[in-house]
Design a protein around this ligand. Structure first.
Ligand SMILES: C[S@@+](CC[C@H](N)C(=O)[O-])C[C@H]1O[C@@H](n2cnc3c(N)ncnc32)[C@H](O)[C@@H]1O
Length: 358
């Protein structure tokens, strides 16, 4: 006897979440941006609500999960800011989108192992509205804190996780992509024509409507110090180059990248590259001095990440672990191509890893 094997809504992903999206559509369509927002951040069933999404047992890797070396390097950068500002106390690091806190934990371990008073001066605040970590040395926040007097504001892969608007260029111009349920699956429908300055003349592209405001808010968190951001992105001309026909939206499910946001809904990451020009401009408008962005490979190498291998030559397992991590963190086909941007406020010197004033 044949049975009814139809998986129903589970064919598209988490059935509870799929049902929620269909209900919100109410027979009509929602923007792709709203679809992405629900898929990633629905208060109950959104992808980032559950722990364990990042790492070997999850869907993708970020630099902090590769090895604590990444956090040590960022810690040394923050220590340089602290020293350059005359060793103020307290000195606060605010990390936006801190996830489970791996970067924070590695950084705090590194600071505790150092001579000097940096550890005594340091406070660490992590803003994470979704599933967060448990390190008791970190103050976990859901919303941004009031501005701090001196410190560093950090983020790693925050901007590329923000929901984006999608546009397809037709003869009449760029039209926004909306999503509806056809009874079997989510399908795309086109909206009306938009006017977007400098947008591509063909193909698909994304607009991240929240990135600039998020950066502005991050810059407002420090009165004196620096902002340091790591993210996948390009300057506007490269992000919106005419040859990039498919945009940059990508999905990650169990360490496999693909381009279909309408499967594994609530069980896969959705990400789009950021417009670095826009982030730089937001920093400048917020009154920060900015520097030519560099890629993570160059940044970490300039900071001296390679020396961390040499110092453990006598401990072969650790030497090989660090060498493998160094390769992954600086691989320009992978994490090494992440761009690093920095801005400083009331700090004259050019920060380590950045060469040229803009
Ligand atoms: C790709 S994950 C990166 C996590 C961590 N920084 C890492 O590198 O492993 C993006 C994180 O940003 C958080 N996030 C998204 N929107 C946010 C917002 N508006 N403010 C703060 N965090 C946010 C998500 O919950 C998620 O934990």
């Amino acid at each position: 006897m044949a049975l009814d094997l139809d998986p129903g809504l589970a064919a598209a992903g988490n059935p509870e979440l799929v049902k929620t999206i269909i209900e919100e559509m109410d027979g009509g369509a929602i923007s792709f941006e709203r679809f992405m927002e629900i898929a990633l951040y629905h208060p109950e069933h959104g992808y980032y609500r559950k722990p364990g999404r990042i790492g070997a047992g999850g869907d993708f890797l970020t630099s902090p999960v590769i090895h604590p070396m990444f956090g040590w390097a960022v810690g040394a950068w923050c220590e340089w800011v602290w020293e350059t500002l005359g060793r103020p106390s307290p000195f606060t690091i605010v990390e936006a989108g801190a996830g489970d806190g791996k970067l924070a934990t590695a950084l705090l371990d590194w600071v505790e192992g150092r001579e000097g008073n940096f550890a005594k001066a340091l406070k660490y605040l992590a803003i994470e509205p979704n599933s967060h970590g448990v390190d008791p040395r970190i103050t976990w926040l859901v919303d941004a804190p009031p501005p701090v007097e001196t410190g560093v504001v950090l983020s790693n892969e925050l901007f590329d996780a923000l929901p984006v608007r999608l546009f397809d260029v037709e003869d009449r111009g760029p039209v926004e992509v909306f999503v509806r349920w056809d009874g079997q699956a989510f399908v795309e429908v086109r909206g009306s024509v938009a006017t977007i300055d400098g947008s591509p003349s063909n193909g698909r592209f994304e607009v991240n409507g929240r990135a600039a405001a998020t950066m502005t808010n991050m810059c407002a968190l420090i009165e004196r110090g620096a902002v340091l951001t790591f993210d996948y992105g390009f300057p506007k001309e490269e992000l919106w180059a005419d040859w990039r026909r498919q945009g940059t939206l990508l999905c990650f499910y169990r360490h496999t990248a693909h381009e279909d946001p309408y499967q594994h809904i609530g069980e896969q990451d959705l990400t789009a590259h950021v417009n670095l020009s826009e982030l730089q401009l937001a920093m400048e408008l917020a009154g920060l001095k900015t520097f030519e962005p560099v890629n993570q490979a160059a940044f970490l190498t300039t900071l001296g990440l390679g020396s961390l291998m040499e110092s453990v030559r006598d401990n072969l397992p650790e030497f090989f672990a660090r060498r493998r991590a160094f390769q992954q963190l600086t691989d320009t086909a992978g994490l090494g191509r992440i761009r690093v941007i920095a801005g400083t406020r009331k700090l004259e010197d050019v920060p380590p890893g950045f060469g040229v004033d803009t």
